[in-house]
Write a protein that binds this ligand. Sequence first.
Ligand code: SF4
Length: 285
Amino acid sequence: MRILRAEAMGLCFGVRDALDLAAEQTRPADVTIHGELVHNETVLERLSQRGFRFAPEARREQVPETDAVFVTAHGISDRARERLVRHGKQLIDSTCPLVRRAHGTAKQLSDDGYFVIVIGKPGHVEVRGLIGDLQRYDVVPSVERVAHYAHPRLGVVCQTTTPETTAAEILARIRALNPDAEVRFIDTICEPTRQRVHAVEELVQTADVIIVVGGVNSNNTAQLARMSRERGVDAHHVQGPDDLDPAWFDPADVVGLTAGTSTLDETIDAVEDALRQLSRAGRAR
Ligand code: SF4
């Protein structure tokens, strides 16, 4: 059994920088992490052991007790930011620059008189930040949810982790259902997402089965697994080596390996080691 690693996978620079910023904090007990810093249980457990406090996604509307609040790479709206500052909180801001760019783009479209449509997952923390400063908007996760809008100018942006094909299909449907509207699309998909998706498109050419490593709540990890299946290659989403089932590889000549943007290198390496052991065990039978 040959193991083929995706050309691009795992931690993106935005999450890496956020983790580095968290590591630099000298008084973690005085810092509340505003939402899930990464969708990765191992990392969250380590931060908790260092003493960081957490405000779960569902309680982000409440003002944390600590003096400092850590804004995650997913970002928050200006409105949420101002509210925290008004309550005297010091912000430690790890918002990814590519999320900032998406915020700026949506705001500019809104200021220019467009009704903003965000292609993305409703309720996702990044999307909540994106729409938090907009007056009129819709969030569209799939082609089926595209509507006709009673507005002559539609400005379309994407959650940064949207696969290009999903964005293209939804955009085409928006244009089809709103033939009289001016539709302006500004592509805010981030480059690391694009690279990881392209790498999976390469993997499906060769692999018999694909293992996607990532946290159970990681949207982009689930997307990579879904994409593989849609292209006809069986895919399994695992959090670590213990989740691997030998039955998945019987028979499999080539196993593809990829990972979401919040997966640590060490977790990917541990899964790869376990796959190699399974391969050796298979040869020994
Ligand atoms: S997935 Fe893209 S936008 Fe999100 S943190 Fe990573 S690099 Fe930034």
